[in-house]
Ligand binder design. Structure first.
Ligand code: FAD
Length: 296
């Protein structure tokens, strides 16, 4: 099913993100993760592309299994920087042949060890990929957005202007970068609406499991750690179990607030840890059910 159809049926779409195992690991380990996530009945599962050294082929293989073996909707991420049109065509045809209807179109980032001059230059932005796919194929396209501004952009207004181009090029829903301050999301959502960006925006939620890794991620994404969270981490950072509980509680509270403000959906970055996602959803089950029951 196209993900845009899910947004028509549900007030709040709930989805999960997983990443393929590194090339040195067997692909089978990811199916244990998916086995743990399937009983939570997400509206769809997305599979990252090329990030963390994974091979690009595995994204297609995993997204296809989610759809065809587990019977769930899948969303395949696809980055275009440094790729040629013919390379993209090959992957797009593979996605089509595997009956995958949904793609998260992304620019991606140049690998640190690559020289951009050595790589193809057919796509400069995610909007170029969206336009290319929309002109040749019939996929439902999603795109990334940044409540706290993409790190390369000088202002939120400029970033939203660029985002509008991506939507106009064929992106019909958006998934945000992680954030911990919901007010940043609301500010972004208001500004996007003012610029006539009227597609559903799903909030990306990252449960904290480790202080160091979350701080690294925040520095890469330019995102803010709220003072309240800093204080809690200061107190409990050396207790791994406590940090995990903090992450579950904080994500739960964030999602409850977002649902109360009519968010179109939440996309949980599972980090391939089904138990944490399970604990968050256990806290939220009745809430999500009651919200969606009203609109089905
Ligand atoms: P774009 O939309 O192209 O934007 C990139 C920058 O260019 C922004 O600063 C934007 O303002 C600017 N810009 C856009 N259009 C124009 C224009 N026409 N003129 C001038 N400037 C412009 N990375 C991976 O490698 N694999 C993944 O699977 C992956 N999944 C992700 C999932 C989510 C939900 C998110 C939020 C990010 C993900 N990323 C992934 C990271 C992403 O690839 C990076 O953030 C990358 O730097 C930007 O990609 P983009 O698609 O947002 O780019």
């Amino acid at each position: 099913m196209k993900i845009t159809e899910l947004f028509k049926q549900k007030q709040a779409v709930v989805s999960f993100e997983i990443f393929p195992p590194k090339q040195v690991s067997s692909i089978d380990v990811i199916f244990e993760t998916i086995d743990g996530l399937v009983p939570l009945r997400p509206d769809y599962i997305s599979v990252t592309y090329g990030a963390g050294g994974s091979s690009t082929k595995t994204t297609v293989e995993i997204a296809a299994k989610i759809k065809n073996k587990y019977g769930l909707n899948s969303l395949a991420h696809l980055t275009c920087i440094g790729s040629s049109k013919s390379q993209m065509d090959e992957i797009l045809n593979e996605l089509k042949d595997n009956d995958i209807s949904n793609i998260l179109v992304l620019r991606g980032d140049f690998p640190r060890d690559a020289n951009p001059a050595d790589l193809p230059n057919d796509f400069k932005q995610a909007s170029d990929l969206a336009q290319y796919i929309a002109s040749k194929f019939d996929f439902c396209l999603g795109g990334a957005c940044y409540p706290e501004i993409h790190p390369e952009c000088s202002s939120l207004d400029k970033d939203i202007e660029n985002l509008k181009r991506k939507v106009d090029a064929g992106v019909s829903f958006l998934v945000t970068q992680l954030f911990f301050n919901n007010d940043q999301f609301y500010r972004f959502r208001n500004k996007a609406a003012q610029q006539n960006i009227n597609v559903p925006i799903q909030a990306g939620i990252m449960p904290i499991t480790n202080r160091k890794s979350i701080e690294k991620m925040l520095s890469l994404t330019n995102s803010e750690m709220p003072l309240k969270l800093t204080r809690i981490l200061d107190k409990f950072e050396h207790n791994q179990e406590a940090i995990k509980d903090v992450g579950i509680a904080y994500a739960t509270e964030q999602i409850i607030d977002l649902l109360s403000q009519d968010v179109n959906g939440v996309h949980i970055f599972t980090m391939n840890k089904p138990q944490i996602t399970k604990d968050i959803l256990r806290n939220l089950g009745s809430l999500i059910y009651s919200i969606n029951k009203q609109t089905i």
